[in-house]
Design a protein around this ligand. Sequence first.
Ligand SMILES: C[S@@+](CC[C@H](N)C(=O)[O-])C[C@H]1O[C@@H](n2cnc3c(N)ncnc32)[C@H](O)[C@@H]1O
Length: 224
Amino acid sequence: MIDTSGVALHKRGYRPAAGVAPLRETLAAAMVKLSRPRDEVLLWDPFCGSGTIAIEAAMMMTGTAPGLGRNFAAEEFYDIPEKIWKDAREEAESFRRSTDFEVYASDIDPHMVDLARANIKRADMGAHIKCFERDATQIVKADRRATIVCNPPYGERLSDMREVETLYRAMGRCFSRLAPWQIYILTSVPDFERLYGRRADKVRTLYNGMIKCGYFQYFKNKNI
Ligand SMILES: C[S@@+](CC[C@H](N)C(=O)[O-])C[C@H]1O[C@@H](n2cnc3c(N)ncnc32)[C@H](O)[C@@H]1O
């Protein structure tokens, strides 16, 4: 067996420092894709942590290949001419596209905002992502179309669970005021919909590492 990748393929090279519970880049990309991002629709992650969802969204919409910012073990193999790598990088560059696509990445924790900003800079996605401090339950609707894609805390310990329940209830109240914005939420809490106060239009099972999660999709979000 020969390892041609080196560092695991899901790593893009923009996240040397991650937050407390970072998403795998590939899972964040899948969440973004399932939310069907469009150039003219703002994408907002209000629990951005290290900024993974926001960065993956911006990379996807700008046609930035996931491996463009990293190296591969096979680049050291003596029998693969350097030109092949150069051509592959040039080909990947040719897929880049210009777009007005805009992402907001916010978090209640100023340290996470700093961390996300550093990762956004490293990924060279600063032109598309605005990163700021904000309580996700205090979001006010902007006068434009938007989609929320997020991964709020799950409450691993029992003591955290009470806080998480309060948070999910507040999210339900706040996010319903954002209608008709679409909302996509990943959590491992099984009775999320009861706490949030609304049944999702669709729930997909996704795994965050070993943790079984529901991806709760509200695409017919309306005021309640
Ligand atoms: C599971 S982590 C998100 C991880 C992120 N997806 C990543 O890949 O790094 C949850 C984040 O929610 C933030 N958070 C908790 N309560 C919040 C609130 N009320 N408003 C905004 N952010 C909050 C935490 O600071 C933490 O960064």
